[in-house]
Write a protein that binds this ligand. Structure first.
Ligand SMILES: Nc1nc2c(ncn2[C@@H]2O[C@H](COP(=O)(O)OP(=O)(O)OP(=O)(O)O)[C@@H](O)[C@H]2O)c(=O)[nH]1
Length: 621
């Protein structure tokens, strides 16, 4: 472009100059000022001149150029980071060698205080599971946020009683908005991400500039119909394929609620990610596609509408809003809306949702119809027959479930990444109890512990977080090698059992091949899934009363309720080669959120259940 760059418009005709000025104004209106966009007037004029004043082509080129520059900067920064990391590792290795050669430096009466002091000499994890999990960690340091040298870990500054009192007040919700977390579920392409992207825009949480950028960039790769979804589908692969693959987290405010949104993938290949999202949620928003044949495809056997509903209910979600979307595709016909509601209602009841906790709302995600406002000009055909609540009206009435803040802390890790300021960060949901800055926590499985350096929720820094909060904990005094997705953080004095075998009460889904004793399955518990087997069929039970119908049945068929023994695969044998890593879980009677399980086989969810008793507790062995 330099060859053709123009010289201050000296050779231009008055018409060309006019076009140049207008083009500059229009591009500026889209990209913002020089400070905001990093584009000088000269860059823009050169592009306009080069593309014969075609604004669209000039803008595309400018955006591409900017992306190229940014990528080059990132590559440079990555190289520098790598160099710095190598140097730091060499330094650490030299320190370790020096320490090892001068003998152990255990402090007086220290017990485990080597860890408290953040001693960097840490044994590699003895088991393969922990080593394998490391590959799932996202340990990249964001640009310009290199880890500062170790600071002393923070101390607890607020008394436990005071934290409890504050947490109780916050949960009562006096003055403050009540907080709920919402998982967005539904068949692939129902419009979940579009709905949530558009909703954020309607609520003023997505600004015009970002919207235009998403629109432009999505149309550039021929995916303009997904532009609203881009707010949630952030990765290149998700955007190119036009599907959600992992759970995306965002927050929004309605007049009386603060809502954490977990946008789950609809595609059946990503059900494990959907389960991880659902296990962090209080309520669900089911999105269904009203277009002819599409609702049916999602609702039939093999579609995700049924499976998602059963999964969220099995994981303890009791409230659901059903958004009947894409009604524009059927000319906003009331009959179609009612047909869909009448097909879903009995299924919802059958799946265990109380009618009083189930609501329906007609919406058009793409055009923003009946999301936050009723006055959309395109809503006229809907208004002819619908005068009920908008989606936001319904979201505003979601009730948070009872939170158990007295129980010991249980924080199952759903993600591990390099912290922004320092240390390692883990994100997830506080399932029970409280966590506060300065607290030392045990990481299970394993013998390690870590200190909470800081707590963050949607970029707010907190001193403590209570049951029901989705937060990020920044940890210190721990080697990140010990932090794995699926591990659970607990108080040092009240740790969760580590099970290799347990009994459970399960409900069998609509399966075609019956379950026999010894069946190999995948066991899902929060964000962890492990190979297991249904080692014994103990009894079939009456679904309503729980009374035993038959002891030691030979098989379990669809819709059966049963008591079974589940063993992590290999754990029933004594040879060390087949030993498996135990997983942290708790009987449902002790801790509801830690006592729910899902069982899958061959890519299909075959049963859901609750843990009755941990029969092989690796902690007490
Ligand atoms: N006509 C019409 N199309 C819509 C509407 N809402 C979403 N879509 C389209 O439906 C397609 C799928 O939308 P997404 O938001 O990606 O669907 P999703 O449910 O998030 O998809 P996954 O997360 O991959 O399961 C896109 O092409 C959207 O433009 C709507 O209200 N009307």
């Amino acid at each position: 472009m330099d060859d053709e760059a123009m010289d201050d418009g000296e050779d231009l005709s008055p018409e060309d100059l006019e076009q140049l000025t207008q083009g500059l104004e229009q591009i500026r209106a889209t990209v913002g000022s020089e400070a905001e966009s990093g584009m000088t007037d000269k860059d823009i004029k050169d592009a306009l001149y080069h593309y014969y004043f075609d604004i669209q082509q000039s803008l595309n080129w400018l955006l591409e150029e900017q992306a190229r520059k940014h990528a080059a900067q990132e590559r440079r920064a990555a190289r520098e980071r790598e160099k710095a990391q190598k140097l730091a590792m060499q330094k650490k290795a030299a320190e370790v060698n020096a320490r090892l050669s001068s003998g152990p430096t255990r402090k007086k009466g220290a017990g485990s205080s080597d860890k408290a002091a953040g001693t960097p000499i840490s044994k590699p994890a003895p088991d393969t599971q922990q080593q394998l999990d490391i590959s799932a960690l996202n340990l990249d340091t964001p640009e310009g946020t290199e880890t500062p040298p170790d600071e002393p870990p923070p101390k607890i500054t607020i008394a436990r009683e005071k934290v409890l009192e504050e947490a109780r007040k916050a949960l009562e919700g006096t003055g403050d908005k009540k907080g709920v977390s919402l998982v967005v579920i539904g068949h692939v392409d129902a419009g979940k991400s579009t709905l949530m992207g558009r909703l954020l825009y309607e609520l003023g949480r997505l600004d015009e500039k970002k919207r235009i950028a998403n629109e432009r960039a999505s149309s550039k790769i021929g995916k303009s119909s997904f532009s609203w979804a881009w707010e949630f589908d952030g990765t290149t692969e998700e955007r190119e394929r036009g599907i959600t693959m992992d759970v995306a987290l965002q927050a929004m405010e309605t007049p009386h609620r603060h809502i954490t949104i977990l946008d789950a993938p609809g595609h059946k290949d990503f059900i494990p990610n959907m389960i991880s999202g659902a296990s962090q949620a209080d309520c669900a928003l089911l999105v269904v596609d009203a277009a002819t044949g599409e609702f049916e495809a999602g609702f039939d056997r093999g579609g995700q509408t049924r499976e998602h509903l059963l999964l969220v209910r099995s994981l303890g979600v009791g409230q659901v809003i059903v958004a009947v979307n894409k009604l524009d595709q059927v000319k906003w016909e009331q009959d179609r809306y009612e047909e869909i509601c009448s097909l879903l209602r009995p299924f919802l009841i059958h799946s265990g949702f109380q009618p009083s906790k189930t609501t329906f709302v007609p919406v058009g995600a793409m055009a923003g119809i009946n999301l936050a406002h009723r006055d959309n000009p395109e809503a006229t055909p809907l208004k002819a027959w619908y005068g009920g609540p908008t989606l936001v009206d319904l979201l505003d009435k979601l009730e948070p479930p009872t939170r158990d803040i007295i129980a010991p802390l249980r924080f199952p890790i759903s993600n591990v990444f390099k912290g922004r300021s320092s240390g390692t960060a883990v994100s997830g949901r506080v399932c029970s109890g409280l966590v506060q800055v300065g607290e030392r926590l045990r990481i299970l499985p394993g013998d390690e512990s870590a200190i909470v350096r800081s707590i963050e929720a949607e970029e707010d820094s907190l001193q403590w977080a209570a049951a029901g909060s989705n937060v990020t904990l920044y940890l210190t005094a721990v080697d990140p090698v010990h932090l794995n997705i699926g591990s659970v953080l607990c108080p040092l004095t009240d740790i969760i059992p580590l099970a290799t075998s347990f009994t459970a009460r399960i409900i069998v889904f609509d399966i075609q091949v019956p379950i026999t004793a010894g069946a190999s399955v995948e066991l899902f518990h929060h964000s962890r899934d492990v190979p297991a087997s249904i080692s014994r069929l103990l009894a079939t039970l009456d679904r309503a009363s729980g009374a035993i119908i038959k002891k030691n049945p030979r098989v379990l068929t669809k819709s059966a309720s049963a008591e079974v023994q589940i063993s992590l695969r290999g754990s029933t044998y004594s040879s060390t080669s087949s030993r498996v890593q135990p997983i942290p879980l708790e009987p449902f009677g002790t801790n509801k959120e830690m006592g729910r399980i899902l069982i899958r086989r061959g890519g299909e969810t075959v049963a859901a259940g609750i843990v009755l008793e941990v029969t092989e507790n690796a902690n007490t062995n």
